[in-house]
Design a protein around this ligand. Structure first.
Ligand code: GDD
Ligand code: MG
Length: 335
C-alpha cells in the first residue's frame, strides 16, 4: 500500500519557526517531524511514501537527497501552486501513478494509530473512503465527524463555531481512499477535501469513519508543538525519550525541567527552563527564564530575560538582557 503525506502547508500558526522551513521539518525531540510520521508508516509495512510538497520543497529534498527517510522510499510531488488538501492529494496521487486504494496523512499529526487495523476496517466496510477519528475536548478547531451505528459518516463539518459541534469526535487526518475519490476532485484549482470532497461523499453515503482510540496530537500550534515533545519525554507513548541532546551544555547551577534541549544549546548559570523547547544552538543567558515557550535555532536569550506564556523566538533572534516576552512572537511575522 502506498501513502500520500501532505506537507505543503505554510505552517502559519508556527511562525516565525516556519519562515525558513515547513513545519514537518521542525524537530520533534531533536528529529525532524517527518521522520516520526514516516517511521510510523514503515512500522506498519508501508515503505513507499509520496510527499505532497508545496511550500519550500527544497528543504525536504536537501535533507533526503536519495529520497530515503525513516526506512521508506520517498517520491516528491511538488505542486506548481497551493492546491489545498484535496487538490494536493489528486496532484500527488497522479504524479506518483497511484491506482489502488491508498493512505493519506496530514503530515503534522503524531499518533499511535493502528494503521493495519484501520485499513482492515475500510476494506470490510467496502467504503470509498474511511477517516480515522479522535475524541477531543474542543472540536471547533478541527473537522467534526458524526457517524451512525455502522460507522457511516452522517456529516462532515470543518471547524464549526464553538459550542455547535454535533459530536466530540474529530477528523484525525488519516484516510484510506479508493482511487475513484480522485475523480471527484476538480483539476487545476484549489479544492479542500474537508469542505468539498468529504461532504460530497457523505451525500453519496460512501464515507465511513472509525475512532482510532489512541494517542493523537496535531502539532500545528506552538502550544501543541511543545506538548507533542513533552508527551514523548514524559513517557505518554511508551518508554520516556531523553529530551536533552548529548552535546547540550547545561550549567550545573541551571534548572531544566520538563523540557527539550537541542544539540549544541547552552543554558547558563542560574537560568530556569521549564516546559520549553530549545532548538539546536539556542543560548539561554545567565539567570534567564524560559517557560512554556520555544526558542529557535541559534537564538540568544540575554541574561536575566524572561520568555514565557507560549512565546516563540525565531532562529537567530536576540532577546535583550532583562527583557520580558510574554505570549509574544519575535519577530511577529516572516521577513
Ligand atoms: N501539499 C499541500 N498543499 N499540503 C497542504 C496544503 C496545500 O495546499 N494545505 C495544507 N496542507 C497540509 C499541511 O502541511 C498539513 O500537513 C495538512 O495539509 C493539514 O493542514 P493544516 O493546515 O494543518 O490543517 P488543520 O490542522 O487546520 O486541519 C486539518 O487537520 C485536522 C486534524 O489535525 C483538517 O484536516 C481537519 O479536518 C482535521 O481535524
Ligand atoms: Mg494541522
Amino acid at each position: 500500500m502506498r501513502a500520500v503525506v501532505l506537507v505543503g502547508g505554510f505552517g502559519t500558526r508556527l511562525r516565525p519557526l516556519t519562515c525558513a522551513r515547513p513545519k514537518q521539518m521542525l524537530p520533534i525531540v531533536n528529529r525532524p517531524m517527518i521522520e516520526h510520521v514516516v517511521g510510523h508508516l514503515t512500522d506498519h509495512g508501508i515503505d513507499d511514501v509520496v510527499l505532497s510538497l508545496g511550500f519550500l520543497p527544497d528543504v525536504f529534498r536537501e535533507a533526503y537527497p536519495q529520497g530515503r527517510c525513516a526506512g521508506a522510499q520517498l517520491h516528491y510531488a511538488v505542486e506548481p501552486e497551493p492546491l489545498d488538501t484535496a487538490g494536493a492529494i489528486r496532484f500527488a496521487a497522479l504524479d506518483a501513478g497511484i491506482d489502488e486504494r491508498f493512505l493519506v496523512l496530514n503530515g503534522d499529526v503524531l499518533t499511535d494509530l493502528d494503521i493495519t487495523r484501520f485499513v482492515e476496517v475500510h476494506d470490510r466496510a467496502g467504503a470509498e473512503g474511511t477517516i480515522a477519528l479522535h475524541k477531543v475536548a474542543d472540536p471547533s478547531r478541527y473537522g467534526v465527524v458524526p457517524t451512525d451505528g455502522d460507522g457511516r459518516v452522517l456529516e462532515f463539518v470543518e471547524k464549526p463555531a464553538p459550542g455547535t459541534a454535533p459530536t466530540d469526535l474529530i477528523n484525525a487526518g488519516t484516510y484510506v481512499l479508493e482511487p475513484s475519490v480522485l475523480d471527484r476532485i476538480a483539476a487545476g484549482r484549489r479544492v479542500s477535501v474537508e469542505r468539498e470532497v468529504f461532504p460530497a461523499m457523505v451525500a453519496d453515503r460512501r464515507l465511513y469513519a472509525v475512532d482510532g482510540d489512541t494517542y493523537w496530537i496535531d502539532t500545528g500550534t506552538p502550544q501543541e508543538y511543545i506538548q507533542a515533545q513533552l508527551d514523548l519525554t514524559e513517557g505518554l507513548r511508551g518508554e520516556p525519550v531523553d529530551g536533552v541532546a548529548d552535546d547540550a551544555r547545561i550549567d550545573a547551577d541551571a534548572q531544566v525541567r520538563r523540557s527539550v534541549v537541542g544539540p549544541g544549546a547552552v543554558v547558563g548559570a542560574g537560568a530556569r527552563v521549564e516546559g520549553a523547547v530549545l532548538l539546536s544552538g539556542a543560548d539561554i543567558g545567565r539567570g534567564a527564564v524560559v517557560e512554556g515557550s520555544v526558542v529557535g535555532h541559534d537564538a540568544r536569550i540575554g541574561a536575566g530575560a524572561r520568555v514565557v506564556g507560549c512565546s516563540v523566538v525565531g532562529d537567530g533572534e536576540v532577546v535583550a538582557p532583562d527583557a520580558t516576552l510574554d505570549g509574544v512572537r519575535q519577530p511577529a511575522d516572516c521577513p
